[in-house]
Ligand binder design. Structure first.
Ligand code: GDP
Ligand code: IMO
Ligand code: MG
Length: 427
């Protein structure tokens, strides 16, 4: 039975939270498979707005089992305060399962993330400062602390001691910061262990059995395709694999169980942090998109950089992820424009590129080649079906579908749960 992946097709913040929530009523498990609390996924249900960082969006659907997979890096303090925050709003997280193999973000990861960014100066990545890169770095370097270590105080103590012996040297001698006290960190994490213990599980085994029993599993990506450590705009990326291949590695679900890959695609483009962004608008048009679309970061509150839709990126996302369906979000934001430019290819030093150039240097020099599509003036936030859309909005969607290389199966016309035009079933 199906395992469906939902993946950001651009640079994150495409509306993955809303899309996941929409499918929540029809799935049994929602799994986060990578990233950590660098993510900020917004869900609007009636007059209630939720911003989820580490918890899978499925936590908001009472019949869904939310799962934090092995590929995630977990800041346990943040996770517990997120759980407490939801409990205060009447949402129970008792069903949450956390992979014993997921890695923990430790205090030194956060300290190093912040201070190393400062050292980079102008060359900084613009990270969220949540310790994501350093935690994944230690994972790959095979010195990470895992969730299962919380269950063995002896091992936890040894690992913290060993880590701080090295990291304190880095913090004090390279960055001129204060070191961290191992006993304090140990006490803090043993406290988290008490509360997290009931949730810790062999999640890959549970998910494998659930699929055998015919249950439906939705894999909820964080970030987006162009932030992928391998396939994104390196080094201006996050330190994990948000693309669909990462969903298997980060959950323990094998590739042959995936039945659909849903790409979440904004009707224009945004990005937070540094790095190349060919269609970025640095003028009042960009400011208009930011204000109309409410493009301010959910996690850090930073202004999102805004620009027109980039079909080269969308085609790339289709290829890298094997997108079977797109969920086009925020079409409503574009209402009121006379004409809407869409980037169909790049010009790099006088040469046309229909695909993302091979090297970052070329990508940095890519300027968009635009095609202009006619806009529409009507407010579309109350549309219920595709046919309710003004003809030019329908043509815009069809043009994007044609350029992106996969069918657009759902369209967002507002942040609310009901503001979605479903063209085809997504499961
Ligand atoms: P995520 O990180 O991919 O989950 O996206 P974010 O939550 O960071 O940013 C998307 C923003 O757009 C949130 O404020 C959503 O409530 C909002 N949103 C999602 N879909 C739509 C839509 O179709 N129209 C409008 N106007 N807003 C939307
Ligand atoms: P969601 O899931 C947008 C960006 C940061 C920075 C880069 C590296 O809400 O779409 P990191 O802290 O991960 O080491 O930062 O990645 N970034 C995001 N941008 N949406 C996100 O998540 C992001 N998570 C990380 O801004 O440029
Ligand atoms: Mg977000």
């Amino acid at each position: 039975m199906p395992a469906v992946v939902l993946v950001g097709a651009q640079w994150g913040d495409e509306g993955k939270g809303k899309a996941t929530d929409l499918l929540g009523g029809d799935v049994d498990y929602v799994v986060r498979y990578q990233g950590g609390n660098n993510a900020g996924h917004t869900v609007v249900i009636g007059d209630q707005k939720y911003a989820l960082h580490l918890l899978p969006t499925g936590v908001l659907s009472p019949d869904v089992v939310p799962v934090i997979g092995n590929g995630v890096v977990i800041d346990p303090g943040v996770l517990l305060s997120e759980i407490d925050g939801l409990a205060a709003r009447g949402i129970d997280c008792g069903r949450l399962l956390i992979s014993a193999n997921a890695h923990l973000i430790m205090p030194h990861h956060k300290a190093i993330d912040k201070v190393s960014e400062r050292f980079l100066g102008k060359a900084k990545i613009g990270t969220t400062g949540r310790g994501i890169g350093p935690a994944y770095g230690d994972k790959i370097y095979r010195v990470g602390v895992r969730v299962q270590d919380l269950l063995d105080p002896g091992i936890l103590s040894q690992k913290i001691e060993a880590a701080l012996t090295e990291k304190n040297q880095i913090l004090t001698k390279i960055y001129n910061r204060r070191g961290l006290e191992a006993t304090k960190v140990l006490d803090e994490y043993l406290g988290y262990a008490e509360r997290l213990r009931p949730h810790i599980a062999d999640t890959s085994l549970i998910l494998g059995k659930a699929l055998d029993e015919g249950k439906v599993v939705l894999l909820e990506g964080g970030q987006g395709t162009l932030l992928d450590i391998d396939h994104g705009t390196y080094p201006f990326v996050t330190s994990s694999s948000p693309t669909s291949g990462g969903a298997c590695a980060g959950s323990g679900i094998p590739p042959n169980r995936l039945t659909r890959v849903i790409g979440i695609l904004k009707a224009y483009t945004t990005r937070v942090g540094s790095g190349p962004f060919p269609t970025e608008l640095l003028d009042e048009q960009g400011e208009w998109l930011r204000q109309t679309g409410g493009e301010y970061g959910v996690t850090t509150g930073r202004n999102r950089r805004c620009g027109w839709f980039d079909a080269v990126i969308a085609r790339y996302a289709t290829r890298i992820n094997g997108v079977t369906d797109f969920f086009l979000t925020k079409l409503d934001v574009l209402s009121g424009l006379e004409r809407i430019p869409v980037c169909v290819a790049y010009d790099v030093n006088g040469v046309r590129h229909d695909e993302i150039p091979m090297t970052q240097t070329e990508f940095h020099h890519a300027t968009p080649i635009y095609e202009e599509l006619p806009g529409w003036q009507e407010d579309i936030t109350s549309a219920k079906t595709f046919d309710d859309l003004p003809p030019n909005a329908q043509s815009y969607v069809r043009a994007l579908e044609e350029m992106s290389g996969a069918p657009i199966s759902a369209i967002g016309v507002g942040p609310g749960r009901t503001q979605t035009l479903q063209i085809r079933s997504l499961l």
